[in-house]
Design a binder for this molecule. Sequence first.
Ligand code: ATP
Ligand code: MG
Length: 593
Amino acid sequence: MNGAGPTVASVMGDYGTARREFTWDSARRWLDGLPGGGLNIAYEAVDRHVAHGHGAHPALRFLGPDGVDQVLTYADLADRTARFAEVLRSLGVGPGDLVCGLAGRVPDLYVALLGTLKARSVFSPLFSAFGPEPLRQRMQIGEARLLVTTPALYRKKVAGLRETLPLLEHVLLIGAGAEDLVGGERLGPGVVPLAELWPGTTGDPVVEPTDPEEPALVHFTSGTTGTPKGAVHVHEAVVAHHATARYVLDLRDDDIFWCTADPGWVTGTSYGVIAPLTCGVTCVVDELEFDARRWYRLLEEERVTVWYTAPTALRMLMKAGSAPHEGRDLSALRHIASVGEPLNPEVVHWGLAELDRPIRDTWWQTETGAIMVANYAATEIRPGSMGRPVPGIDAAVVARDVEGHVLTGVDGGPVVLDEPDALGELALRRPWPSLMRTYLGAPDRYATAFLGDWYLSGDLVRRDADGWFWFVGRGDDVIKSAGHLIGPFEVESALLEHHAVAEAGVIGVPDPVVGEVVKAFVALKPGVEASEELRRELLGWGRTRLGSAVAPREIAFQQDLPKTRSGKIMRRLLKARELGLPEGDLSTLEVSS
Ligand code: ATP
Ligand code: MG
């Protein structure tokens, strides 16, 4: 592997200066706004680049099994998204109506997403591997009027649901096999290939004035802790998408950017499509699934400069060893960032050793709509820390009682813990542009996410004396043992440092003496055999690293840890199965094939 990537000054520059000088109002001026007034995400992501003479620049490069499948320039995207908006209008789908997208990473899904926003309708991505029931639930909660999907997914998952979804009037078919159906067989009522409607469109580029507070996106959470919630985001969110793409992902106009998240999730939409396009970069879209060898080849051949991925993917690359990247030239790669789960220090050290580059952790949620806490290109890395709040965001550690409820202070807000390293819940001061505006169909649940001026994240953290945040665990996953609060992340990170361990999930199991004891479920690296000896070795390893109060008391070997489809370990499910309790909502559980 060849040496570290190019060194250039970061977009943000000095963190302290950026924090002092940044305001959301100033970030709003980094964007154009609509010519007739208002703010529309799709205009900022696409049309404004055409207006600035950047139309011929590649916006999306789709890579299929045989190499480059399709390239859409900014001008192509502007035209096709305008036509898609016309199609919606011609079908009577208008401002505020919900459009769902259910497809693999094919070009017209991206056109549909941005075209929907241009029509001032609301887009909700549905992950293509969901089964019929999770799809039905989501479309029903959102009262979806139109679905964009492929013929295969329609036949397999949607056709049987139509009777239960009377509001779903239209289905537009895209992707493999859709064109073959033009003018031919109808797969169901209101089901039309998108290509059949193109000839009726003019490509009129005008985007109607859009109020920044109009709903634009509904993103369902990953369902790691329970039933997924539908977070509603507005057009104004683009201000945060753009600012964080510049400051955290360090994006400049000539970058080649690859976000490995699927657009069925908030990361894949916000940072796989919207945020990078607002910067005018070229996004690489890999239509296939994870494969270590191919991923390194893609990084090399596409000359990827900025790469946004997830700990699960990085751990899979680690597991694959050095062979898949030997001889690969990754010299173009300047910046690597991660999100979705805690980035254990082992992965950061691996990045430095094997890729010659640091991997920078970023923290955010479906609800926050954009990156909130991050490690920046120009600042040092503290392995295991999620970094510091992005400019424009005030983050605090707030006190919880033994039951896990946030304590209310005299001003009606939370009790802020200022002393270094205090353990508490991460809270963020509202407002900011990409904060969710409600949970679809669940306003009460939305209301309980706030206390006074603060949004309560549900995650437990510590902040060190220099202001760096350290993830401890989700509030629900934290283990109470002999008066200590133990975060699963700390225990999992220690286990992951052992050469035999590929993945670990840690829970608390009830114990009559100390309340709960720590139990670890461990997946081993390829070629490592589970044995009693290894179990004892890992127990000893835990005690040496963590001390006996925090170390796991029990270790179980389990190769397939339950994960959400977005790659997060479902500790609640490990726990329910361990204790024989109901398993709860499993709609987002990854089912291993
Ligand atoms: P649900 O809310 O339905 O349980 P979820 O919280 O997993 O699902 P997302 O919004 O996709 O749904 O994920 C956000 C959560 O992911 C965060 O609250 C946090 O627990 C975890 N997370 C994201 N990034 C990081 C990170 N860098 N470090 C630690 N945890 C992270
Ligand atoms: Mg959550």
